[in-house]
Design a protein around this ligand. Structure first.
Ligand SMILES: Nc1ncnc2c1ncn2[C@@H]1O[C@H](COP(=O)(O)OP(=O)(O)O)[C@@H](O)[C@H]1O
Ligand SMILES: O=C(OP(=O)(O)O)[C@H](O)COP(=O)(O)O
Length: 396
């Protein structure tokens, strides 16, 4: 169990419960293209409503500068209602008359969504006066928005200090999975870190090498490491100015007894294009006029063998340019292998990050992982060893 207050400790019957959720869902032309975040908060909403609480949902949407109808949560209220299978009322503002009238009209078991908290500057400033305006609307506070917990905002942090605060079921599941993955994991622990750039993940790599038994580096960022070890990488994406940083991470890993697993071969092409003519070369024989777009089959074997040795796997970032076939093959093969080990009961597998989740969905295995986080930034900050303000405020 986590050291956080959860819904198990909250007496919600007849209470006005302010529930912070993450409804920052991807939208195209007014249509929600992925409802995962909505689905993930349903258990908390249902539990509070079924226990006779009045569910007042607080959420942000996008990054508006003041009130902007394009970033209204109104269409999201309709989607939440559809997924929930019961009406969800909507108030045009999250504080003031509109909000307090809508709350007053609620009965036990009702659900209400308040307009985008970021329409007020006080939200991102965590302004105490704005926190008080929100707090007036509720008796209890539940945070179910792990993916926004890296923000010290009024609705993610301030409210937990103004009202009795509890972790919702999704927050609880995220914290349990991440604790199992990194804080109290079954060893050996293997981390896979891929994606495009070392620069965005330096803190992550530096923290992981002190925590895990083996670190697989793949994707574009592996090129920087390969370059740092003195090998040619042709026209591959790399941050050559970070060669010294890469070497420091390799040394830190050595001091911490963490094995670093780098690609031994790469699938190369002349251009970054779906279906580009390609060939696999050994990592010490990458042609000068080509770029590495995926790990080769021998590298995949090594990754899979590291997965076989692991009791716990933490994964962030694809091993190649998975969006363009056939450069998705390395990521897909390793993802399927990890999923199978998980299904066989041999592996606890935790993954997160926007592109990582897309890659696991592409491989058809997201459901087979032990836990897939809905968080991008918050997941990374947790793995970097940083404390998340929204989580800290809930500690029992
Ligand atoms: N060898 C490569 N060359 C160029 N881009 C790559 C390579 N390998 C991976 N990428 C790119 O990295 C991106 C994902 O990285 P990142 O945003 O760090 O992942 P996440 O969102 O899961 O943290 C993808 O767009 C993918 O195409
Ligand atoms: O979508 C979010 O971030 P994520 O894409 O990093 O997971 C969260 O809702 C946080 O949003 P923000 O990065 O605008 O504070």
């Amino acid at each position: 169990m986590t050291a956080f207050r959860t819904l198990d400790q909250a007496d919600v019957r007849g209470k006005r419960v302010l529930v912070r959720v993450d409804l920052n869902v991807p939208m195209e032309n007014g249509r929600i293209t992925d409802a995962t975040r909505i689905e993930r908060v349903l258990p908390t909403i249902r539990e509070i409503a079924d226990k006779g609480g009045r569910v007042i949902l607080l959420a942000h949407f996008g990054r508006p500068k003041g009130r902007d109808p394009k970033e209204s949560l109104k269409p999201v209220a309709e989607a939440v209602s559809q997924h929930l299978g019961k009406p969800v009322a909507f108030a045009d503002d999250c504080i003031g008359e509109a909000a307090s009238q809508a709350v007053s009209a609620m009965k036990d078991g009702d659900v209400l969504l308040l307009e985008n908290t970021r329409f007020h500057a006080g939200e991102e400033k965590n302004d105490p006066a704005f926190v008080q305006e929100l707090a007036k609307l509720g008796d209890l506070y539940v945070n179910d928005a792990f993916s926004a917990a890296h923000r010290a905002h009024a609705s993610t942090e301030g409210l937990a200090r103004a009202l009795p605060g509890y972790a919702g079921r999704t927050m609880q599941a995220e914290l349990d999975a991440l604790t199992k993955g990194l804080e109290a994991p079954k060893r050996p622990v293997v981390a896979i870190v891929g994606g495009a750039k070392v620069s965005t993940k330096i803190d992550l790599l530096e923290n992981l090498v002190t925590k895990v038994d083996a670190l697989v580096i793949g994707g574009g960022m592996a090129n920087t490491f390969v370059h740092a070890t003195g090998l040619g990488i042709g026209k591959s994406l790399a941050e050559k100015d970070l060669a010294a940083t890469a070497m420091r991470i390799i040394e830190k890993a050595r001091d911490a007894n963490c094995a670093i697993i780098l690609p031994v071969d790469g699938v190369c092409a002349y251009e970054f294009k779906a279906g580009a003519q390609n060939h696999t070369y050994g990592i010490d024989a990458i042609p000068e006029d080509q770029m590495i777009l995926d790990v080769g089959s021998q590298s995949v074997e090594r990754v899979n063998s590291a997965i076989n040795d692991a009791a716990t796997l933490v994964w962030n970032g694809p091993l190649g340019a998975f969006e363009i076939a056939p450069f998705d093959q390395g990521t897909v093969a390793a993802a399927r292998h990890a999923a199978q080990r998980t299904k066989d009961g041999k592996l606890v597998s935790v993954a997160g990050g926007g592109d990582t989740v897309a890659a696991l969905n592409h491989a058809g295995v997201a459901d087979s992982f032990t836990y897939v986080s809905t968080a991008g930034g918050a997941f990374l900050e947790w793995l970097e060893g940083k404390s998340l303000p929204g989580v800290e405020a809930l500690r029992a």
